[in-house]
Design a protein. Structure first.
Length: 399
């Protein structure tokens, strides 16, 4: 097996940018030509940095579009083979052309290829996870046992009978299978694990390593397919070659400074389902440098929490979009953070703003106008607020 899935993984930054820009322009033309699709004009992007000028597409927007124009909200879809349903409900298209979900790149990094039998324990019922990983297994020439979820004793019996050598599923379910096999006195031959859909804790990864199993994780969603993946170097997650990832301040489309935590916004370069600036609702941050494994694409730190920090204070919801509106209302404000706390038996709200030459009293009126309630305003020096991606921090104890 070669070290890399293809030559794209080791290309130069200039070559990658040129190819992604060409694919992006083509997708924007498709979207612009579709009646009532994404409200994006043809020719609106001439460089990758122009993406920042386009609106962010959120799941709530997609759900509304789909209710108005079922099943896919007017987004142009081609080569359709499956329709999946995710909570919302939101409907996602699926294709069966080569590596449609871009999962083959990740499975190759795990070491899965021809001769492997992948026990695919992701669900096949309505949601696309099972097909996402099955498509990746086909892309690397592996055989698939479509095991789905549950029925652990049968999973063990099937793994032994067909000689499963690899596992695909959530990080913790493999341990359930291995423990059941030990209980049954059955020796399994699984030595590779490609996991996603949950947290892979270091202790669990080490337990698999102690059992002779390499376990790597990916970051994927039902809407987008694979976004980023680990390599054997296990230093961050490497972006897939056919997505453009931005890290933005939650509630906005504005990029954060390099290395800061923000919301992951993804543009998929799949011509069959072009999602432009799709907000995942997840937090992450870009890592500096390149992976020691030789793959040259940008790395992110993986999942670092949820960007939707909507919090109820004094009986009212405060959303990241409102905090962004407060910042936009004052040219002198660089950044803001809302802190929910308790003052005796009542909720209290403090609004910290990074600014110079602004009096708290001047901001207080804008706080009421944008957040719909009064709060204490604290003006702090630019650069002093934490760079953790939080714009709303809940310090209240519910014990």
């Amino acid at each position: 097996m070669s070290t890399y899935f293809d030559d794209l993984e080791t290309r130069s930054a200039d070559a990658r940018e040129a190819a992604q820009l060409a694919a992006l322009k083509a997708n924007i033309e498709r979207v612009a030509a579709a009646p009532g699709a994404c409200r994006i004009a043809a020719g609106s992007v001439q460089s990758l940095s122009d993406l920042q000028k386009l609106p962010v597409l959120r799941k709530s927007d997609l759900a509304q579009w789909q209710s108005e124009s079922p099943p896919f909200g007017g987004i142009p879809v081609s080569n359709l083979a499956h329709v999946f349903q995710s909570p919302g409900p939101i409907y996602e298209p699926g294709g069966i052309t080569h590596d449609w979900w871009r999962m083959g790149r990740f499975l190759h990094a795990v070491g899965i290829g021809a001769g492997d039998v992948v026990q695919n324990c992701f669900g096949y019922h309505l949601t696309p996870a099972g097909m996402i990983f099955e498509s990746g297994a086909r892309a690397v020439g592996a055989t698939v046992l479509p095991a789905g979820t549950g029925q652990t004793e049968l999973q063990v019996q099937a793994a032994q009978a067909v000689g499963s050598t690899a596992y695909a599923g959530t990080p913790d379910y493999l341990k359930v299978i291995l423990d059941k096999a030990a209980e049954m006195g059955v020796a399994l031959t699984i030595t590779k694990a490609a996991v996603g859909g949950g947290a892979l804790f270091p202790a669990l990864r080490q337990e698999y390593a102690d059992r002779g199993i390499i376990c790597l994780q990916c970051y994927a969603t039902a809407d987008l397919g694979n976004i980023a993946y680990e390599s054997p170097a296990m230093e961050g997650m490497i972006l897939d070659e056919n997505v453009i990832v931005e890290i933005v301040t939650p509630g906005t489309g504005d990029p954060v400074a390099p290395g800061e935590v923000g919301e992951v916004v993804v543009t998929a370069l799949n011509p069959d389902y072009p999602l432009i600036r799709f907000a995942t609702g997840d937090l992450s941050a870009v890592m500096p440098g390149e992976s020691p494994c030789g793959r040259t694409n940008t790395r992110i730190k993986g999942w670092m929490g949820r960007a939707d920090q909507t919090t109820k204070i004094k009986g009212m919801f405060v959303r990241p979009e409102q905090v962004a509106a407060l910042v936009a209302h004052h040219d002198a404000i660089v950044k803001a953070r809302v802190i929910a706390s308790r003052d005796g038996a009542q909720d209290a709200m403090t609004v910290q703003v990074e600014a110079t030459g602004v009096a708290p009293e001047a901001v207080a009126q804008s706080v009421v106008a944008t957040l719909k309630m009064k709060g204490t305003v604290e003006v702090v020096a630019p650069g002093s607020l934490p760079k953790d991606g939080l714009v709303i921090e809940d310090q209240r104890s519910y014990d």
